[in-house]
Design a protein around this ligand. Structure first.
Ligand code: SAM
Length: 304
């Protein structure tokens, strides 16, 4: 049990919440944990089909969306505030052909100050991948981000946001509710290493729409030695109509809301809220939408 700390001894909800993605451990295991998902990759690639301007992948992380977008021929601005996540993205880019690498501009920047980092009216599509919007903890931060995107997008440019849709059952989870998420081989941490993850629901503050959560990882080495990493963090949830109003307030029109990346009807029970909005301006042509549909199925592998 070398290096193993019991959960109770190391955790408490009085500890400050920080974004786990800032930690190199999370960046290292990120693709092993999320690289299998492909529906959102297909969605982003199909939306970006035929777009000549740059595509902004906001909160790009390790480039799970940015790389397939670049492989599909798009010019991508891959933006994130977490140096450790961007290090992983750069490592993956180094393995790509120069032509692909040249399509990706990696930018360390914050979603709350996009006016200082993104070019004006130069972006054709902005993507806020799953649960990135939830890292914006107040309505002011959310609006700063949306207004920054509104300025960066060309007239008629599109924005998609994917976030969790929370049902009453989620909101009423008992404090301390614990869930074993997985146990898996983790070659990214070394040969013969296994990794398990447990999630703890700390509390939900329905007044401020904030959930406090913990992830507890246990790494078991080939010799059986164990060590633990735990992360306390908070996310802000957003309801469907709140998101629609926020988008309208920040200059987005034609807001469509789906329950999934295949444009399923939205229901809270589905657990996923996918919004697609456009800045005021010319609507993409029928040909462009047709090209997007035709390109579905092309280069849709995830970066993993
Ligand atoms: C859930 S991950 C998603 C990563 C990637 N889009 C994907 O789908 O795999 C959220 C990412 O958003 C980034 N992020 C969170 N808040 C941010 C902020 N205020 N500014 C820039 N990046 C932020 C995190 O560092 C993290 O990489």
């Amino acid at each position: 049990m070398a290096g193993f700390c019991p959960v109770e001894a190391t955790m408490g909800d009085d500890e400050p919440a920080t974004d786990p993605h800032l930690d190199p451990f999370i960046a290292t295991i990120y693709d092993g944990e999320h690289g299998g998902a492909s529906d959102d990759v297909d969605w982003a690639v199909s939306l970006a089909a035929g777009i000549d301007e740059q595509v902004a992948d906001l909160g790009c992380g390790t480039g799970r969306l940015s790389l397939p977008l670049a492989l599909a021929g798009r010019r991508v601005i891959a933006l994130d505030r977490a140096p450790a996540m961007l290090t992983q993205l750069r490592r993956k880019l180094r393995a790509e052909a120069p032509a692909i690498r040249r399509r990706v501009t990696v930018l360390k920047a914050d979603l709350r100050t996009l006016d200082q980092s993104l070019p004006v009216h130069a972006v054709g599509l902005a993507v806020l991948g799953y649960n990135t919007f939830a890292s914006l903890m107040t309505s002011t931060e959310q609006q700063r981000c949306l207004l920054g995107l509104q300025a960066a997008l060309r007239p008629g440019g599109a924005l998609t946001i994917a976030t969790a849709a929370l049902s009453a059952a989620h909101l009423l989870l008992p404090e301390g509710f614990t869930q074993d998420v997985y146990r898996r081989a983790a070659p990214e941490l070394g040969s013969g290493v296994t990794l398990s993850r447990m999630d703890i629901h700390r509390w939900t503050d329905q007044t401020h729409q904030i959930r406090r959560l913990a992830h507890v990882y246990e790494v078991t080495g080939p010799d059986g030695g164990r060590r633990q990493h735990h992360f306390e963090y908070a996310v802000r949830y957003t309801t469907r109509f709140e998101l629609e109003h926020l988008l309208a307030r920040c200059g987005f029109g034609r807001v469509r809301v789906y329950g999934g990346y295949l444009e399923e009807p939205f229901t809270v029970a589905g657990g996923l809220l996918v919004a697609l909005a456009q800045t005021e301006g010319a609507e993409p042509s029928r040909e462009r939408r047709g090209a997007a549909a035709a390109e579905r199925g092309l280069v849709v592998t995830s970066a993993e």
